[in-house]
Design a protein around this ligand. Structure first.
Ligand code: SF4
Length: 387
């Protein structure tokens, strides 16, 4: 397909596709899926080889949020029967993080429910970051604490936070449909504060909330404009007890096309396959590794993922390798100490044909509520974490 040749050329040159090209990827047919994956896979391998970065979530504070994000099981008025607990002690959070690191994670993501942290919360998280860094040499720590107030980003950076996550989630035009207690610009502002404080910005989206193709392209282009270092792509987990419980809009093939579109728009950015991969990609998960270069290991904030050992086996079976702490995730031209875009030899393009070993599952739009499993182990429980 001419479209795919153009997108590969652009991806290898780190050139932004047009909106029309991004929309055309989402409009490709299931018959064209392997061609789309092969094309986006070339771009992925150019910038990230066959490496997969593992990230490990620690939910520091779960549930009881005053905000009303309709996709979230922790939202105001959520009837989802999730774990609810207040701040984990730094030692307990560190133990949970250590399990993830032992399982192969190079980044630990410390997440807390709520609109944003108080200054006392920032103190608490700072202590947790110190405890984790003392016990896990070389680990990257990302904080995800909601909207930041003046000065908080700088304090987190000083405490050792390497990165800050705050997702844009959906397009600016539809943001008001999924949340009324804060707006799109609040989210953009927090990402910019994190960047200004010297933290690596992580910001992504949630697909499957009933949005249009144009909304998906809009949010990915908005992310690209913010220029984060990592972009998590979540697929909505329609929790019973939340307003979006009936939104089962994704097929595995649609989820793959969304990941491919994100890769073309963000060729040299860490694209992370995040929440919902087991539920929506199902047996296509290994094929998605040809598009993304990063995943979460084990469980999510309020739901359980597949066993951590199955994540590792999937990576090895698909012919990929877990990225070690001695390897820098981003290509050289995107690193803070690099001379910039000119330092990149973008002509050094890989042109090998994709060698896809995975098999495409039969299309299905069945809802798979049986795959949604509320987290009952790890942080906030007596049971060992899944890592
Ligand atoms: S602010 Fe965060 S924890 Fe609270 S409802 Fe929104 S996404 Fe969920």
């Amino acid at each position: 397909m001419e479209l795919l040749n153009t997108l590969v050329d652009k991806g290898l040159r780190r050139e932004l596709p047009t909106r029309e090209e991004a929309l055309a990827v989402l409009a490709t047919s299931d018959d064209e899926l392997l061609d789309v994956v092969a094309a986006a896979g070339k771009v992925r391998r150019q910038w990230f080889g066959r490496r997969v970065k593992l990230n490990y979530l620690v939910n520091l504070k779960s549930g009881l949020c005053p905000e009303d994000c309709s996709y979230c099981s922790q939202r105001l008025g959520s009837k989802a029967e999730i774990l609810k607990y207040t701040w984990l002690k730094p030692d307990d959070a560190s133990k949970a993080a250590a399990a993830g690191v032992a399982g192969g994670a190079k980044r630990v993501c410390l997440v807390a429910s709520g609109r944003g942290p108080t200054d006392k919360d920032v103190d608490r998280v700072s202590e947790t970051i110190s405890a984790i860094k003392e016990q896990n040499e070389g680990v990257e720590v990302c904080a995800c604490l909601g909207l930041l107030s003046d000065g908080q980003a700088g304090r987190l950076r000083e405490a050792g936070a390497d990165a800050y996550n705050h997702n844009l989630n959906t397009s600016e035009a539809t943001y008001g449909d999924i949340c009324t207690t804060h707006d799109f610009s609040d989210r953009v502002s927090t990402v910019q504060q994190a960047q200004a404080a010297g933290m690596s910005a992580c910001s992504g989206l949630i697909a499957g909330m009933g949005e249009s193709d144009a909304d998906l392209v809009d949010v990915v282009f908005a992310l690209r404009e913010l220029d984060p270092d990592s972009v998590p792509v979540n697929f909505l987990i329609p929790f019973e007890g939340t307003p979006l419980a009936k939104e089962w809009n994704l097929t595995p093939q649609r989820a793959m096309r969304i990941l491919a579109m994100v890769r073309f728009v963000c060729p040299d950015i860490e694209v992370r396959l995040a929440g919902g991969r087991e539920v929506h990609l199902r047996s296509l998960q290994p094929l998605a590794l040809h598009l993304v270069n990063s995943i979460f290991l084990g469980d999510y904030l309020t739901s359980e993922g597949q066993a951590g050992k199955d994540d590792l086996a999937m990576i090895a079976d698909a012919g990929f390798e877990v990225e070690g702490t001695d390897t820098t995730t981003l290509p050289e031209h995107r690193r803070p100490d690099c001379g910039g875009a000119a330092a990149c030899d973008a002509d050094d393009a890989e042109d090998d044909a994709a060698d896809l070993a995975a098999t495409v599952a039969a299309p299905s739009d069945d809802t798979r509520r049986d795959l949604v499993s509320v987290r009952r182990r790890g942080a906030g429980t007596e049971l060992p974490p899944n890592a």
